[in-house]
Design a protein around this ligand. Structure first.
Ligand SMILES: *Cc1c(COP(=O)(O)O)cnc(C)c1O
Length: 376
């Protein structure tokens, strides 16, 4: 590896002050050095050793037969959903906030011709079998007006919140007894394992398929892995190719992603500690949070707290931190200095809210990752 390349990556990550998303983490020297072991086979014909090894490694962690490396979590989720569905009409049930409904550009109706049934959980936190699934799923009872539910999608973590494993078990057992498949968008299941003490396999055993992201908190530049039974993954791979997701010499991506997994999984705890610290700081100032802080996110309802999103953006700029108002994301590359500056920007925004309470509109829910409010 040339000294120049190492030098290029051997400096503090620019993401130290980055609170917009955990996708802003940057590749490390360790990941770039892993390129020395990159294999050069064509993964479209399953001949890349590093890719096969990463797929097998994640499948083993999840207790599933096979894994499939994808360039994004969106691709992995969408082909997962498509491969569960056989012939329309049908519906897919999920939480109204779930990524597969809200942040995958309408992929489910477009790619799978399925009706998304979007459920607002009664407890505001997570769907339960009794309160949310049973009243909302569509039975296959020959009523030709309806689109029977063939798949339930759960997300863990969702907005940084942990899905109680007992509830997952209940939902999964009921679904399987009723011929309904269950998919987990486990983009941040790594975070859930660190915070809850349950393993990837403890969660995965209740699902027919699980998608796991390596490019969020784990910090890989690219990659998600879909895991499930052999036959199912073969079908998903067919859809992956159809969607233009076949990658030739993917070894250069998978050695980096594998290194990211080895290096950074345990470091998610530092992100959780920073999130908790900022959550407690806000609550100490009387700011109401949208959700409990259980992993790496702090959600603030800006309007409810009379905090002006555009003031926060300006204060963040002043204190040299990057934010999207409403949702603060934490990751292992955040620094003490970054977090302290974030707290200063929040303090200034709170002080301003007392002098000039914000009266403007609430940010649209579906734009949680950025504000769509006028920034006058
Ligand atoms: C980021 C994310 C995904 C996948 O997103 P890509 O940007 O396509 O990799 C899926 N689900 C959740 C919950 C996510 O946060």
């Amino acid at each position: 590896m040339s000294a120049k390349i190492i030098e290029n990556f051997d400096k503090p990550s620019p993401a130290g002050n980055e609170f917009r998303s955990d996708t802003f983490t940057t590749p490390t020297v360790s990941m770039v050095s892993a390129l020395q072991h990159a294999t050069v086979g064509d993964s479209v014909v399953n001949e890349d050793e590093a890719t096969n090894a990463l797929e097998a490694k994640v499948a083993k962690l999840a207790g599933k037969e096979r894994g499939l490396f994808c360039v994004s979590g969106t691709l992995s989720n969408q082909i997962a959903i498509r491969a569960h569905l056989h012939q329309p009409p049908y519906s897919v049930l999920g939480d109204f906030r779930c990524h597969v409904f809200v942040h995958e550009a309408g992929g489910i109706p477009t790619l799978s011709q399925a009706l998304p049934i979007s459920v607002h959980p009664k407890n505001d936190l997570y769907m339960t079998l009794e309160d949310d699934i049973l009243p909302n799923y569509v039975p296959d009872d020959e009523d030709i007006h309806c689109a029977p539910t063939r798949l339930i999608c759960l997300e863990n973590t969702l907005h940084g919140m942990l899905y109680p494993i007992e509830e997952i078990k209940k939902i999964s057992e009921w679904a399987h007894a009723n011929g309904i498949a269950v998919h987990l968008d486990g983009a941040r299941l790594w975070d859930a394992t660190v915070a809850s003490g349950h393993s990837i396999e403890d969660y995965a055993k209740y699902f027919d398929s699980v998608s796991l992201c390596l490019s969020k908190g784990l910090g890989a530049p690219i990659g998600s892995v879909l895991v499930g039974p052999e036959k199912y993954i073969k079908k998903a791979n067919h859809f992956k190719k159809q969607n233009g997701g076949g990658i030739r010499q993917s070894g250069i991506l998978t050695v980096m992603a594998s290194q990211a997994l080895d290096d950074n999984w345990s470091k998610l705890a530092t992100a959780h500690a920073f999130a908790k610290e900022v959550g407690e700081f806000l609550e100490g100032q009387g700011v109401k949070l949208h959700h409990p802080v259980q992993t790496n996110f702090v959600f603030i309802d800006m309007a409810e707290n009379k905090m002006d999103p555009s003031v926060f953006e300006a204060k963040a700029k002043q204190h040299n931190v990057k934010v999207w108002p409403g949702r603060l994301a934490f990751h292992y590359q955040n620094t003490r200095e970054g977090v302290d500056n974030l707290k200063r920007a929040l303090q200034d925004t709170i002080d301003e809210s007392k002098k000039n309470p914000y009266q403007g509109p609430r940010a649209k829910f579906y734009s949680t990752e950025k504000t769509d409010l006028p920034t006058n």
